[in-house]
Design a protein around this ligand. Structure first.
Ligand code: SF4
Length: 351
């Protein structure tokens, strides 16, 4: 049996490992896990010091034309109470976020055809006009090359599109099969198009989703190596009671933290969020994420009346809180573990 500390050192130096060694790191526990997280944390600090970037999340529509088995706002969930924000409501969220020190706004929603390219470009341009020192991240699902190009030209800086898994068979097991069903190939094509268009690109995956194996997670590492994104968002799978996966087990905290730490060692300058899902499965999950190498947090700027309707999974934290409370809470949490939220766009920097 190989010494785990040697494997951690090898990953830090080579940025890659044999499949069996990735498995040993993913399943590390006890002192070996502490050592993995400590090396990842120190690697993160070498690049970002104790600074944490903050992104303001604006969940502007919970309509979606898709039916992903794991998602609480899937189109077949007739019990979801649907909403769409107006342009004025989105700009109001940006105003409130700017005053609280946010310099990145993340516009996130389901795949909602109501918002045309024209409407979205108009919103992006208006935010850029009012807050020229801020970055705009879009997270709108898969769109055509032409649409993504228009949004980029309008001023969008970044795009988040999780692949969720990099194994085609596993992908099919997470999405319904129909003539127009979602495929991994189309997802990956969209990710490479985003890269070509010059977006700072974020991908990501769920940890512990139904049918996922350690090999699937290692497939994700290989895909991330190939795509070379600026950001990777990973969080534990958490079931939603009104979906086909209602009775599935949630993803593990330890496995998620180990995957975060591995990603940090694979790419030291990666933007790596400590996700809300991590904070949902453990009240100190986001702190643990930062201590395992994460360097980004994404508090919610949506008002509580909308937050309680944007439930991708059950028991999501902070749904009753306003933006100011969320921002103060996360600042306090980071301070307690020796980190500081910075008022910055927090762009990806090549090293
Ligand atoms: S995961 Fe995204 S694409 Fe799938 S149903 Fe939910 S919002 Fe729609």
């Amino acid at each position: 049996m190989k010494n785990l500390n040697n494997i951690i050192t090898e990953l830090k130096l080579q940025k890659n490992l044999l499949r069996e060694d990735f498995k040993l790191l993913l399943t590390a526990n006890g002192e070996e896990q502490k050592s993995l997280h400590k090396t990842a944390r120190e690697t993160s600090q070498e690049v970002f010091s104790n600074k944490i970037y903050m992104r303001g999340l604006i969940e502007f529509t919970n309509y979606c034309k898709n039916d992903c088995y794991y998602c609480g706002i899937r189109k077949s969930n007739a019990e979801a109470s649907r909403y769409r924000m107006t342009k004025a409501e989105i700009l109001e969220r940006c105003k409130s976020g700017y005053e609280l020190g946010f310099r990145t706004f993340v516009l996130q929603g389901g795949e909602d055809p109501y918002y045309t390219d024209e409407m979205l470009c108009d919103i992006v341009k208006s935010i850029k006009c009012d807050y020229s020192d801020c970055a705009i991240t879009l997270s709108l699902g898969e769109r055509s090359y032409e649409s993504l190009k228009l949004l980029r030209v309008a001023g969008a800086d970044r795009y988040l599109l999780r692949q969720e898994t990099s194994n085609a068979e596993h992908y099919l097991s997470l999405h319904p099969q129909s003539p127009n069903s979602m495929t991994l190939a189309s997802r990956q094509k969209c990710l490479f198009a985003l890269k070509e268009l010059g977006y700072q690109l974020g991908c990501g995956f769920m940890v512990g989703s139904p049918n996922q194996t350690l090999d699937h997670i290692i497939d994700d590492f290989a895909f991330i190596k190939e795509l070379d994104p600026a950001m990777v968002g990973i969080g534990p799978f958490i079931p939603h009671s009104k979906t086909p996966f209602a009775n599935e087990l949630q993803g593990g905290l330890g496995l998620t933290l180990n995957a975060l730490a591995i990603l940090r060692l694979m790419k030291p300058n990666l933007l790596l969020p400590a996700t809300t899902a991590l904070g949902t499965i453990d009240s100190s999950g986001r702190e643990m994420g930062v201590l395992a190498g994460a360097n980004v947090v994404m508090p919610n700027l949506s008002p509580p009346k909308f937050r309680e309707k944007y439930l991708l999974y059950d028991n999501k934290i902070c749904v009753g809180d306003g933006p100011s409370r969320c921002s103060n809470c996360i600042r306090g949490r980071m301070k307690k573990i020796g980190y500081e939220i910075v008022e910055s766009r927090g762009d990806y920097v090549e090293i």
